[in-house]
Design a protein around this ligand. Structure first.
Ligand SMILES: Cc1cc2nc3c(=O)[nH]c(=O)nc-3n(C[C@H](O)[C@H](O)[C@H](O)COP(=O)(O)OP(=O)(O)OC[C@H]3O[C@@H](n4cnc5c(N)ncnc54)[C@H](O)[C@@H]3O)c2cc1C
Length: 355
């Protein structure tokens, strides 16, 4: 019988396992493989640590090892507005990193006391009187384990959320697509955010990683996703960025919480953290800070009162809810082509580049 079983070893799950395994009997289950200190399958992610995520790492007392970094480090956002035909640069400091190395590093920090089960997927949750029985599968192998607390840290397509709270309001989902190209005549080293209402009502991005360029977009699943991504490539080429055949492509779901009832922390002995709960910025899709912060909040709540932690967790996460509410207000300005055009034309807080 485990005290706590965490499903998903992304930044939320591995942070929680690290914080709780000293005090409780913890099992961390992850469907991806992990060998010789490395997560094997890639995650579709931009791999940028925004200032909020840097702050939460500092709160957790962590500093980033240098082998996780990816060149170059980025000091600005270049906003390209294809609707209004304007481009502006804004100062911002991102840590550019290799996402798989980041996840692997967080896993490596988990104390030996925790049990880790890689290559297994959660399939079923059965509620018994005082505990839960989980069915885990890896190929033909099936395991059943018992646990008092279940934590869903299993991301945007959370199985824990689907199995335990299917009646709860769904969070708006996008399909995120990313293609990787060999870097040729380089665009300036910054985080490009691209606005074009013909492609998406959210945004697209471009990030340099070592000798590659990632082009990505958050697209409405109801649209012709392939056609919209091709249109984005056409626009980027017309803008003067030399991309040809991608050598890699990946995609995944991306959540965009637009109402507070789309955020859900769980009930009784089943809790959700990270993107599984809906904790992700609706204005920028920055999710790493929320995943680690919600893990910290849940760990403090469980340590305070293991039998009634949900009340404490719900109270603590009001701050995250308010933060997402503010980001939604910002989104209304950012994603309306008229107000965005006005703000960008005013030039407030922007600067010119000379190269
Ligand atoms: C294209 C894209 C780009 C992004 N770029 C950035 C960025 O640059 N910066 C930023 O801050 N945020 C970014 N985000 C958001 C960020 O990636 C997520 O918010 C963050 O990874 C959430 O962390 P998490 O630990 O909650 O979930 P995840 O990182 O998604 O981890 C969930 C884990 O659970 C595992 N899992 C899922 N289901 C099961 C199951 N049934 N059984 C066992 N294990 C399971 C998965 O394999 C995964 O390892 C981006 C998102 C997308 C889609």
């Amino acid at each position: 019988m485990y005290d706590i079983t965490i499903i998903g070893a992304g930044p939320a799950g591995s942070t929680l396992a690290r914080l709780l395994s000293v005090y409780f009997k913890v099992l961390l289950v992850e469907k991806r493989d992990y060998e010789k200190g490395e997560i094997k399958q890639e995650k579709c992610c931009g791999g940028l640590l925004a200032p909020d995520a840097q702050k939460i790492l500092a709160k957790l007392g962590l500093g980033l090892p240098k082998d996780i970094l990816s060149n170059p480090q980025l000091f600005s956002v270049c906003a390209i507005d294809f609707d209004n035909k304007i481009e502006r640069n804004y100062q911002r400091h991102y840590i550019n990193m290799d996402r798989e190395k980041f996840d692997s590093w967080l896993i490596s920090l988990i104390p030996d006391k925790a049990e880790l089960l890689f290559g297994y997927s959660l399939k079923e949750i059965k509620k018994e009187e005082n505990f839960h029985t989980l069915k885990l599968k890896s190929g033909n192998d099936t395991k059943f384990i018992n646990t008092k607390i279940v934590v869903g840290a299993d991301g945007a397509y959370s199985k824990v959320r689907q199995l335990s709270f299917n009646n709860v309001k769904k969070t708006r989902k996008y399909i995120a697509v990313q293609e990787w190209y060999k870097l040729k005549t380089g665009p300036a080293p910054c985080f490009y955010s691209i606005f074009d209402s013909e492609i998406s009502d959210f945004y697209s991005w471009m990030i340099q990683k070592e000798n590659s360029i990632i082009l990505g977009s958050a697209l409405d699943p109801k649209d012709n996703v392939t056609g919209k991504f091709e249109l984005l490539k056409e626009r980027v080429r017309d803008y003067g960025i030399d991309i040809d055949n991608p050598y890699k492509k990946n995609g995944t779901y991306l959540l965009r919480p637009q109402k507070s009832n789309q955020l859900y922390t769980g009930k009784e002995m089943v809790a959700l953290i990270g993107e599984a709960a809906g904790w992700i910025s609706p204005s920028s899709a920055e999710g790493l800070s929320y995943s680690m912060e919600s893990a910290l909040m849940l760990s403090e709540s469980i340590k305070k009162d293991p039998d009634n932690f949900m009340t404490h967790y719900q109270k603590a996460t009001r701050k995250l809810k308010y933060n997402i509410f503010l980001k939604n207000c910002k989104s209304h300005l950012m994603y309306n082509r008229f107000t965005r055009g006005l703000i960008m034309k005013s030039g407030v807080l922007s600067f010119n580049t000379f190269s």
